[in-house]
Every structure is written in structure tokens, then in C-alpha cells.
Design a binder for this molecule. Structure first.
Ligand code: COA
Ligand code: ZN
Length: 319
């Protein structure tokens, strides 16, 4: 696989479609995963192991995950809100379990119907369950923190609260943390404060950023997180998405625009931009009536655009 500088992770198949009206047919979901892998995306959150009674879109989670794990070169991740979800994710064979809890109490209560301490207790139970598995069946355990930059129930969320829960998740066995701006409250200055603090607290633990573009600060927040050393970013094709249990939530940062910005900066993502735009057309056709966002799809690549990969190749081997 080609060398990359930044990992871009598609979350449209989870965050993107959890809020839309209709059920996306299972074959269309699988075709989306396959096409994006062919375009060079190496990590996809392919589904969510929540009860179908809570989000009907994910009634086919086992089927979608099973198809994804068969694709060579793909890191298959799935969202889980509790131990039961983790057990289902293990049964499906995913490589990564993205556990979700919120920094703000009210969002955690609305989203997963638990106090934050109860969510942490569940995370510890998941970690214990995973440790008991043979290593070849053991997925990586990721701790996700929603509403880390603000909450549409509570308003501001203090950086110290993010540090508190991030530290507890790390101590409980998280191998990566996802720091999420669920409702698009974050700004670049705040992003620097939070990620610098987490880096100080957590040392080398991998940190990923999950931004929503609700107020137009999404890509600026990416630039700020890059400055803090973050190299893992979530995004959604066409900017679909949002949490159905957070008032005012809208879509993730746009995958195509994220890949273009990083590539323009000389940071290799492994993603072929033209191929990604073709996947966007495929997904748009499979989701009739859903609004898709994004500037690259509207404007196209700049004239005589040379990709980061090509520029690196033309510059010759580093000495
Ligand atoms: N997958 C499938 N079924 C599950 C499940 C899971 N992850 N978790 C619980 N269940 C089942 C239980 O077995 C139980 O079934 P039963 O009634 O047949 O006995 C039922 O669902 C209720 O279980 P309980 O533990 O009481 O769940 P709850 O009603 O308190 O809901 C969550 C808690 C976490 C399952 C629910 O709030 C949820 O799925 N939240 C996620 C929201 C989300 O996805 N938000 C967007 C992403 S940030
Ligand atoms: Zn999100």
C-alpha cells in the first residue's frame, strides 16, 4: 500500500446515514464501501451496532460489517454504545470498535441513556471482554468522546472535562481516542487548546479528530489539529451526517474537501480525488433526495492539478 501522511476515515456509512429518513439498501451500503476502498480510503466506520429499535438504518449492521471485513487493505471500524454492541461487533469480525460516550452529561443521557460513569463502566467491561479473546480475534478498542467542543443541550464544554474523560478512557485501555465536535461548536483556537492539553496528558496515544461543519469551522479546525500533530481525521462523503439525539446537529466535514485540502498541502492520503468524486456520484444516486454538500464537487480540481503523491515522486527520493 502507498505510503501516507494522514489517515482519512470515512464515517458516512455510520454518522452520515444515521439521521436520514429512508433505509439505504444493504447492497448500496456495501457498494459504497467497496468503491471507496478502490479509491484508496483505508479506514471506514462501516456501521453501528445499536438496537434496530433505536436506529433502524443499522438493522443490517452484521451484513455490512461482514462484507467489509473481507476487503483486503481496509481497516473496518464500527460504532458501539455498550457491551452488547461490542459483542455483536466482535462476532462480525471488525478490526476496530469505536465506543461512544459524551463529555457533556445531558448529551450522554439523551444519546445512550446512561450517566457518564455508567458508560465508563461499560467501557471497562468491553475492555475486559476483549482481553479474554484470543489476540487474532481481538479488535482494537477506541474511545470516542462526543460533544468535546460544545453541546447543544448544555452550551460550552470545558477542556478540563475532555481531559478528565480522555484520561479515564486511556487508563481503561483505549488504544486510540476520537475527539468529536458533535454539533460543530469548535473553533481553531479551541481545537489547539484541547489537542495540546490531551497530547500533554496522554503522550503518544493516537488521537483522531471528528469535526462537523455545522458553523463552517470544520476544515479550519482540521488545519489547527494538524498543527497539534493530529494525523487521523473522520469525514463523510458529501458532508452527510449528524447525531439524531443532538438538537441542531448537521453533517460531518466533507470527505472530498478534506482530502483535497490535505493533498494540496502536500500531505498524502492515499485517496485518488477523481475516483472519490465518482464514489460521491454513486452514493448520491443511491440516496435520492438527500442533500450532498461540498466545494470540490462543485468547482472541480484546479487546472493542471498535481497530486501530493506525484509531486513527491517528481521530487525524487529524500536524502
Ligand atoms: N445492539 C442490539 N441490541 C441491544 C444493544 C445493542 N448494542 N444494546 C441493548 N440492546 C437490546 C437489549 O438486549 C434489550 O433488549 P430486550 O428488550 O429484548 O431485552 C434492549 O435493547 C434494551 O436494552 P438497554 O440496555 O435497556 O438499552 P437502552 O434502552 O437503555 O438503550 C442504548 C441504550 C445505548 C442501547 C441506546 O440508547 C443506543 O443505542 N444509543 C445509541 C444512539 C446512537 O447511535 N447515537 C448516534 C451516534 S453518536
Ligand atoms: Zn459525528
Amino acid at each position: 500500500m502507498a505510503e501516507t501522511d494522514v489517515t482519512v476515515r470515512e464515517v458516512g456509512l455510520r454518522d452520515g446515514i444515521q439521521i436520514i429518513g429512508g433505509f439505504m439498501p444493504t447492497p448500496a451500503k456495501i457498494a459504497w464501501v467497496e468503491a471507496e476502498v478502490a479509491a484508496g480510503v483505508s479506514e471506514i466506520e462501516v456501521t453501528s451496532f445499536v438496537p434496530p429499535a433505536v436506529i433502524a438504518q443499522f438493522a443490517d449492521a452484521p451484513e455490512v460489517a461482514a462484507a467489509a471485513v473481507r476487503l483486503p487493505g481496509l481497516e473496518t471500524a464500527a460504532l458501539v454504545p455498550n457491551l452488547k454492541g461490542a459483542e455483536r461487533a466482535v462476532a462480525a469480525g471488525v478490526g476496530k470498535i469505536n465506543f461512544v460516550m459524551s463529555v457533556s452529561r445531558t448529551h450522554n443521557l439523551n444519546n445512550v441513556r446512561r450517566e457518564r460513569e455508567e458508560s465508563l463502566a461499560d467501557f471497562r467491561r468491553i475492555a475486559a471482554m476483549l482481553v479474554a479473546l484470543p489476540p487474532e480475534r481481538r479488535p482494537m478498542l477506541v474511545g470516542g468522546l462526543s460533544t468535546a467542543f460544545g453541546c447543544s443541550f448544555e452550551g460550552p464544554v470545558p477542556a478540563d472535562a475532555v481531559r478528565h474523560y480522555a484520561t479515564l478512557l486511556a487508563e481503561a485501555g483505549a488504544q486510540e481516542l476520537i475527539i468529536a465536535d458533535t454539533v460543530g461548536y469548535g473553533d481553531p483556537a479551541q481545537v489547539r487548546v484541547v489537542f495540546d492539553a490531551l497530547r500533554t496528558d496522554l503522550g503518544a496515544l493516537p488521537l483522531a479528530a471528528h469535526f462537523h461543519d455545522t458553523r463552517g469551522t470544520g476544515l479550519a479546525n482540521v488545519a489547527a489539529a494538524l498543527d497539534c500533530g493530529v494525523r487521523r481525521f473522520d469525514a463523510s462523503l458529501g458532508g452527510l451526517g449528524g447525531c439524531p439525539f443532538a438538537p441542531g446537529a448537521t453533517g460531518n466535514i466533507v470527505m472530498e474537501d478534506l482530502c483535497f485540502m490535505l493533498d494540496s498541502m502536500g500531505l498524502r492520503t492515499g485517496v485518488d480525488l477523481e475516483a472519490l468524486l465518482a464514489v460521491r456520484r454513486q452514493v448520491a444516486a443511491a440516496l435520492p433526495g438527500e442533500a450532498m454538500y461540498g466545494a470540490l464537487a462543485r468547482a472541480g480540481l484546479p487546472k493542471r492539478y498535481v497530486s501530493a503523491e506525484q509531486r513527491r515522486a517528481e521530487a525524487g527520493p529524500a536524502v
